[in-house]
Design a binder for this molecule. Structure first.
Ligand code: S3P
Length: 178
């Protein structure tokens, strides 16, 4: 699908649970739209001078969430771009309100097996450093999916989908909102 005619005037904010592909899809989506891309977790880590696991371990989750609000609010105020957020960002009422006020939110929805298949055994996600990480993911899914549903656009991501298929689906959904 050609995206030449599509011009975003607001930040496009990818939300969804760990493993749904926000960063990989976001990078490709930004390239297709000819705009910048930013991963908000990378920006939080850069601002803190620590990795996400280090922030959780040394400062605690509450400090990470404070950084998340500040960094996302700052990035939303900049030029329209594609933003990939951490899985908990849209769950924070403050962050969600700011995303809703300034941007267009896109939920990448996947089922448990799809997401688990992508995060299993991969380091860097402190919330999954648990005895039964798949159960943690399932619990987060139950708690968060009713909230992600508030996103402006929902696109399904499946285990056998390439990222380009998801990008195409987002572009089609965006074209329908114009
Ligand atoms: C989190 C998801 C992570 C990261 C942090 C907390 C969450 O991002 O922000 O570990 O609360 O779901 P990804 O969704 O990019 O893995």
């Amino acid at each position: 699908m050609s995206s030449a005619a599509l011009e975003i005037t607001k930040p496009l904010v990818l939300v969804g649970l760990m493993g749904c592909g926000k960063s990989s899809v976001g990078r490709r989506l930004a390239a297709r739209l000819g705009v910048g891309f930013v991963d908000t977790d990378d920006e939080i880590a850069r601002a803190a001078g620590m990795s996400i696991p280090e922030i959780f371990a040394e400062l605690g989750e509450a400090a990470f969430r404070e950084g998340e609000v500040k960094v996302i609010t700052r990035l939303l105020a900049g030029a329209p771009k594609v933003m990939a957020t951490g899985g908990g960002a849209f769950i924070s009422p403050l962050v969600r309100a700011e995303i809703e006020r300034v941007g267009t939110s896109v939920w990448l929805r996947g089922d448990l097996e799809t997401l688990w298949g992508r995060v299993e055994g991969k380091p860097g996600r402190p919330l999954l450093e648990a005895e039964n990480p798949k159960q943690v993911l399932a619990d987060l899914m139950a708690a968060r999916y009713p909230i992600y549903e508030a996103a402006d656009i929902t696109v399904d991501t499946k285990a056998n989908n390439t990222h380009e298929v998801v990008v195409d689906d987002i572009l089609k959904a965006l074209a329908r909102t114009k």
